[in-house]
Write a protein that binds this ligand. Structure first.
Ligand code: ARG
Length: 289
């Protein structure tokens, strides 16, 4: 394989692909328990503001031509807005989530019901895993996070479900407790065989970092400042990358590579420890020719 041209001199043309996603309105959103360092139940949250901000994300996806599906929010499940954790969907198969904390456990079956009702075959999880929060498809490979939420035994389970290579990555900073807080997938479809990512180096242990450097020599290295507002928790269609509006360095890094960053403000949902990607489950629909 030849090396791609340095991205700083000539930004390659990027191609948007139509995405199909699942989202959940934050009708019952609040912070009433603490399962990550971002959450402060003693501080007030504004559900109406959360809904309004979430709606701007929906509107943004609509403008980009995405196919958006919605799952009904359930009272008493304030974190259900973070749809990415509801499972992992690929090749028409939904690998269900099995949440680490009891507060979120009922979300697993709720999302599995939705998957079944929408024609997907559900692989019921035995091992603890939090869906696309910790599983990211990059090219043919599934990057899989562990350390805080998903058990590494779920990495073996998901490898069996899809028959794909799964790369275990160990997270070491509790502020970046899900893989999608520390890695952004920039190319949902490979470009000339390459699918690139952006990541935060300090979120990983040495072995995982070595693996990331080897596999993604051309990755964007995010700044601590951008990561600290969950700037990496973004969603790309291959050209447009929807990111936290305050992640300005990340936006510039994306522009240099020929991507089109689009900033949205999800400050209210950040109080629960989530951002753009957390609110977005990629359904990876099966291509029909
Ligand atoms: N409060 C939620 C939790 O701690 C936030 C989940 C964020 N989702 C994500 N995909 N990172 O589980």
């Amino acid at each position: 394989m030849s090396n791609p041209a340095p991205a700083t001199t000539t930004a390659p043309a990027r191609t948007a692909t139509k995405r199909t996603v699942l989202m959940c309105k934050p009708t019952h959103y609040t912070v009433s328990y603490r399962i990550n360092p971002w959450m402060h139940p003693e501080e007030p949250t504004d559900t109406a503001k959360a809904v309004a901000q979430w709606q701007t994300l929906v509107d943004t996806y609509e403008r980009l031509g995405f196919d958006i599906h919605f799952i009904d929010p359930i009272e008493g499940l304030p974190d259900m807005v973070y749809a990415a954790n509801g499972g992992f969907v690929l090749d028409g198969v939904a690998y269900g989530a099995k949440f680490q904390y009891p507060e979120r456990q009922p979300e697993g079956p709720a999302y599995m019901d939705w998957f079944r009702e929408h024609g997907l075959r559900v692989a019921e999880p035995v091992e603890t895993n939090e869906g696309e929060g910790d599983f990211l498809l990059v090219g043919d490979v599934i990057l899989a996070g562990t350390g805080f939420r998903s058990d590494s035994t779920s990495h073996e389970e998901i490898a069996r479900v899809y028959g794909r290579e799964v790369v275990t990555l160990k997270l070491v900073n509790p502020a970046f407790y899900h893989l999608d807080t520390a890695i952004a997938v920039l190319d949902p479809e490979p470009v000339d065989g390459v699918a690139n990512i952006a990541y935060l180096e300090s979120a990983f242990d040495e072995a995982s970092l070595a693996e990331l450097r080897r596999r993604f020599p051309d990755a964007i290295i995010a700044t601590e400042e951008d990561a600290a507002i969950l700037g990496l928790n973004s969603y790309s269609d291959g050209h447009n990358v929807v990111i936290a509006a305050r992640a300005t360095t990340f936006a510039e890094q994306l522009r240099q590579r020929g991507y089109n960053p689009i900033g949205v403000d999800l400050s209210e949902l950040l109080l629960g420890g989530g951002g753009v990607k957390c609110c977005t489950l990629d359904l990876h629909p099966v291509e029909t020719a």
